[in-house]
Design a protein around this ligand. Structure first.
Ligand code: FEO
Length: 170
């Protein structure tokens, strides 16, 4: 059995990860609509990764005999203003998710729940990578976004991203 607060936060994170998947699917659809299929592909793969994150939280809770309560997933609520803004919103969202992971870590730390801390270590590292990826996308869009040929090449590169199962196995 896990500490009640830790368990609640872990359960809540399942919903947050599914929301992230839903949000990035919305972003993916937006880019496909704009004719930027490579960006669309990149976000579709990202949505798959977010679903994986949700499944990892589910698995961890099940491994610890915790009851899971699935809540409604909110409608994506980020305005799809323009291609660059969506990238900036991605970074903002990842920073928010990082704060959620850190908050669970903090709760686990305060009750000496070393098992949950070890589980979350993977997510702490993953969040660093995801923030970095989003930041890189913004920088590259700033460099290449105004030049159609460069944007075409960047879009092609992002179109090559393929889904890979998470490295964390529970
Ligand atoms: Fe599941 Fe993008 O954090």
């Amino acid at each position: 059995m896990l500490d009640k607060k830790v368990s609640e936060l872990l359960n809540n994170q399942i919903n947050k990860e599914f929301y992230s998947a839903y949000l990035y699917l919305d972003f993916s659809n937006y880019y496909y609509d704009q004719g930027l299929d490579g960006f669309g592909n990149w976000f579709k793969v990202q949505a798959q990764e977010e679903r994986d994150h949700a499944m990892l939280f589910i698995q961890y809770m099940q491994n610890n005999g915790e009851k899971i309560v699935l809540d409604a997933v909110d409608k994506p609520d980020v305005a799809l203003t323009d291609a660059k803004t969506v990238l900036e919103e991605t970074l903002k969202h990842e920073q928010y998710v990082t704060s959620l992971i850190h908050n669970i870590y903090d709760a686990a730390y305060s009750v000496k729940d070393f098992r949950t801390m070890q589980f979350l270590d993977w997510f702490v590292k993953e969040q660093g990578e995801e923030e970095n990826n989003a930041d890189n996308l913004i920088k590259r869009f700033e460099l290449f976004g105004d030049d159609p040929k460069s944007l075409y090449m960047l879009d092609n590169e992002l179109g090559a991203r393929v889904y890979a199962a998470p490295s964390l196995v529970l």
